[in-house]
Design a protein around this ligand. Structure first.
Ligand code: A3P
Length: 288
């Protein structure tokens, strides 16, 4: 079953959400002016983007909320390719922080001068798949597919927003040399959030006091982010999200795929992905 054109369009071999960006805008990103102080969070959807956005924002505000308390996370770290509010990114003060689902080859050309930073976060594909399936039910911009098997086959064929998980992850990893990039995994953040926070601090050149680090870690736990309307995308406009309830921060665990997938479905993912994943320089954690 092909994805509906109402929701997705392809541009240079990659699936984008229809109605919230255009091919012209995407083409313009090639020459988007990059500043050395820019930091990009790049991910395949459902890999921990919002989590990393929150951590990064807290780090840049030294673990407290001065100046950001009334600003939604999505405005503090906006999406590069989905400039929904038509903000003038060139007028943003430095350092600018962005999030993106772009594949490595569609990012602004100047990102390859290796001065601006990229944080690329990966998550094991079975948890990504299950999270994506639930997510598509709460987003206006995504097609609702009620049958998990159909969704899974589309995911495996790369016929979803952001295309193939494997191509995305492989692409960024095999072009690591072209970027000033830090690789993180959702699972390592889950296992040891403090170490992940320190890694990010070190990468972006921020020195936080012990107390500030603690504060970032505390505010970035799943429980605290879920309670924080500015960190949990609760204020996402109705243009993007369904009115019916459903948490953006759904479960926040590793291994939830076991509650959803049958043995046969899990084996199907293994069959399509596992062999190819062996070439990736990441040790995947499927369960904690
Ligand atoms: P689940 O649907 O499995 O709960 P993204 O931001 O890339 O769309 O990823 C969303 C996933 O990250 C969701 O996974 C969400 O719950 C999880 N997530 C967000 N904040 C988190 C946190 N503080 N701790 C653990 N998981 C978090």
């Amino acid at each position: 079953m092909e994805p509906s054109k109402e929701y997705l369009f392809t541009h240079k071999g990659f699936y984008f959400a229809a109605n919230i960006t255009t091919p012209e805008y995407l083409d313009s990103l090639e020459t988007f002016e990059i500043r050395d102080s820019d930091v990009f969070i790049a991910t395949y959807p459902k890999s921990g983007t919002v989590w990393t956005q929150n951590i990064l924002s807290l780090i840049f505000h030294e673990g407290h909320r001065n100046g950001t308390e009334n600003i939604d996370l999505m405005d503090r770290i906006p999406w590069l390719e989905y400039n929904i509010k038509h903000m003038d990114y060139s007028a943003f003060p430095s350092p600018r922080l962005f999030a993106t689902h772009l594949p490595y080859y569609l990012t602004p050309r100047d990102l390859r001068n290796k001065r601006a930073r990229v944080i690329y976060v990966t998550r094991n594909p079975k948890d990504v798949l299950v999270s994506y399936f639930h997510f598509s039910k709460i987003m206006v911009t995504l097609e609702k597919v009620s049958d998990f098997n159909i969704f899974m086959e589309r995911f495996l064929a790369g016929k979803v927003l952001a295309s193939s998980w494997l191509d995305h992850v492989t692409g960024w990893h095999s072009h690591a040399e072209d970027f000033n990039i830090l690789f993180l995994t959702y699972e390592e953040m889950k296992k040891d959030l403090r170490s992940a926070v320190l890694k990010i601090c070190n990468f972006v050149g921020k020195t936080l006091s012990e107390k500030e680090v603690e504060s970032v870690v505390r505010q970035a736990t799943f429980e605290n982010m879920r309670k924080d309307p500015r960190a949990n995308y609760e204020n996402l406009s109705e243009f993007l999200r369904e009115k019916k309830p459903g948490y953006f921060l759904r479960k926040g665990t590793t291994g939830d795929w076991k509650n959803m997938m049958t043995v046969a479905q899990s084996e199907r993912v293994d069959e399509v992905l596992k062999e190819k994943m062996k070439n990736l320089p990441i040790k995947f954690i499927w369960d904690i």
